[in-house]
Write a protein that binds this ligand. Sequence first.
Ligand code: HEC
Length: 230
Amino acid sequence: MRSLFTVSIVCILVSPALAAEGNVARGRQAYRACAACHSLAPDRNMTGPSLAGLWGRKAGSLAGFERYSPALKTADVVWNEASLDPWLADPAHMIPGNRMTFPGIKEAGVRADLIAFLKDATVPGRTAAEPPAASRGGMMGGGPVPNLRRLEPAQRVQAITYCRDTYRVTTADGQTHEIWERNLRFKTDSGGDGPERNAPAILDAGMMGDRASVIFAVPEEISAWIKPGC
Ligand code: HEC
């Protein structure tokens, strides 16, 4: 009796099946490495496709995502525990030519935690609170994209003029920002986090505070808003 008991304890301690059982709370932390590019909300696509409803989905098949690589679209892969493990370990090795610029997670335990979290958080109908993205530092920024429907006056663009090599961007707090033309980017966001029509937003970009982006609802607004004038 006693030796049987000992044997079963040893089995539990060394069982690889149990070791691979991931921890959802730890996995939520690991997911911060993904959150800059992926949302868990249905049809909310960012750099990468929404991961909502991922389990059992064929790779490269989310109808609303326009930017899949041919490699991912033609991969004969269905997403589940077994396929996500090698994908998260080394995406470029599993599906060569895919466009997910992510080096992979070497630690099997971290992958198991992340997969346990994803399995739980991607169930249809689940409205998981998205964990904040890990800051990736440098110019890439990090963190979830801010919603541009709710703007501070300092972010609300009222006028843009262009003179020689300089844009002057006036915001609703009365400030005018003078920005060298190579340091100002014009972007669009037509999605639910983008600005209202004709209500472009200015956001700081970069580490030095010398660069910024102006984000419009649609591309037609860009030229219409920029008035020549010195
Ligand atoms: C730098 C941005 C970026 C990061 C970080 C990133 N991904 Fe991706 N991911 C993408 C892109 C882009 C694609 C589409 C790749 C393609 O089409 O080749 C993708 C595709 C995927 C897919 C396939 C989805 C489908 O519909 O077939 C899964 C699953 C996935 N990523 C999970 C993750 C997880 C989990 C993490 C965090 C460990 C992560 N990704 C980190 C950008 C990213």
